[in-house]
Design a binder for this molecule. Structure first.
Ligand SMILES: C[S@@+](CC[C@H](N)C(=O)[O-])C[C@H]1O[C@@H](n2cnc3c(N)ncnc32)[C@H](O)[C@@H]1O
Length: 295
C-alpha cells in the first residue's frame, strides 16, 4: 500500500524544496509557480507523492529529474499544475476583429494558393479552435480552400477532450444561441460539434517550449495564443514568441489575450491597428529589409 507522507493537515513543502520545484517546472513547461502559493502547489501535487509512495517533495523533485518513468510523471504533474479554463467565443471583440478584418485580409493575400493555416497554441479543451473554425465557415470566404486549424496543448487530457468535440453547458457561456443551434448537435452526453467542422480542426499534444515539434507544424498565417503567456516567466515568453515569429509567414498575425502584450518581450512584430483591437503582425519581407536598411 502507498505510504502517506502527510497527516490530515496541509501537506508540507519546505521553502528550499519549493524553490527547486519551481525552477524545474519553469525550465520544463515554462509555468511560473511564483504566483501560486507554496501550500497550494503542495496541495495540488500531494496525491502524486502518495501514488508514487514518496516521503517528501525532495524525493518528488528527484523523481521528476532522474527517474526512468519521469516522462510519464511530468504528464501527471502537468494536469495538476496547468489552468485549462476556456470557453467558446472567449474575448468576442477580438474574434469580431478576426472575422471582420483579418480573415478578409488573409483571403486577399492567399487567394492564389487557396490555403489558410491557423495555430491555436495552448488551446486547452479545444473551444478556441472550434470557435475559429466556425468563424472561418461563417465568413464564406474559404470554400474550396485548404483550411487547417491546429490546436496544441501540453495537457494530454485536454487534447483528448478537444479531439472528441463534445461539450457541457459551461463551454457555451458566451456563445450566441444561433451559432450554438447551427454548429452543435445536442445528444445525451453533451453538445457535439458538427461533423462538417471537425475535419478543419487538428489537435496535438505539444509543449510550447519544444521548438522541434513546433517546426513539424509548418508555417501558419495566424497564431492565437491567448491566456497562456500570463502563466510563463519573462524569459520563457520571449522564447515562445520567437517560436511564433519563426512559424508565421511574413505578414502573418499574432493574437494574444486581452491582458497580454509584447511589451518588454519582443520588438520583432509590428502593431496592426484594427477597428476593435490591436494585434501583432510579423513584418513582410519588404518591410523587414526596409527596416534593416534604415538601421
Ligand atoms: C487558460 S488556458 C487558455 C485556453 C485558450 N487559449 C483560451 O484563451 O481560452 C491555458 C492553456 O495553456 C496550456 N499550457 C500551459 N503551459 C503550456 C506549455 N508549456 N505548452 C503548451 N501548452 C501549455 C495549459 O495546459 C492550458 O490548457
Amino acid at each position: 500500500m502507498a505510504r502517506t507522507p502527510f497527516g490530515d493537515g496541509d501537506p508540507i513543502i519546505r521553502e528550499d524544496e519549493y524553490r527547486l520545484l519551481r525552477d524545474l517546472v519553469s525550465a520544463r513547461i515554462g509555468i511560473n509557480l511564483a504566483s501560486t502559493s507554496r501550500q497550494s502547489v503542495a496541495r495540488r501535487l500531494r496525491e502524486r507523492l502518495s501514488v508514487l509512495n514518496l516521503a517528501s517533495f525532495t524525493e518528488y523533485f528527484q523523481y521528476l529529474r532522474f527517474h526512468p518513468l519521469a516522462r510519464h510523471e511530468w504528464e501527471e504533474a502537468v494536469e495538476l499544475l496547468t489552468t485549462n479554463e476556456t470557453y467558446f467565443f472567449r474575448e468576442d471583440f477580438q474574434l469580431r476583429a478576426f472575422s471582420d478584418e483579418i480573415l478578409p485580409m488573409l483571403h486577399e493575400r492567399n487567394k492564389a494558393r487557396k490555403r489558410l493555416f491557423i495555430w491555436s497554441a495552448g488551446c486547452a479543451t479545444g473551444e478556441e479552435v472550434y470557435s475559429i473554425a466556425i468563424l472561418v465557415d461563417q465568413s464564406k470566404l474559404f470554400s474550396g480552400w485548404d483550411v487547417r486549424i491546429f490546436g496544441s496543448d501540453i495537457s494530454r487530457r485536454c487534447v483528448a477532450t478537444a479531439r472528441r468535440g463534445v461539450y457541457g453547458p459551461a463551454s457555451f457561456r458566451a456563445t450566441p444561441p444561433d451559432l450554438r443551434r447551427q454548429y452543435f448537435v445536442e445528444r445525451a452526453d453533451g453538445s457535439h460539434i458538427l461533423d462538417s467542422i471537425k475535419p478543419l480542426c487538428h489537435f496535438g499534444q505539444m509543449n510550447l517550449l519544444d521548438e522541434d515539434k513546433a517546426r513539424i507544424l509548418g508555417r501558419v498565417d495566424v497564431v492565437f495564443c491567448r491566456n497562456v503567456l500570463i502563466y510563463f516567466d519573462a524569459h520563457v515568453r520571449r522564447r515562445v514568441i520567437d517560436i511564433f515569429h519563426d512559424r508565421l509567414y511574413p505578414g502573418g498575425v499574432l493574437l494574444l489575450g486581452h491582458s497580454e502584450s509584447l511589451l518588454n518581450v519582443s520588438t520583432a512584430f509590428e502593431l496592426l491597428h484594427l477597428k476593435e483591437d490591436l494585434v501583432y503582425k510579423k513584418p513582410t519581407l519588404a518591410q523587414s529589409s526596409a527596416m534593416a536598411n534604415r538601421s
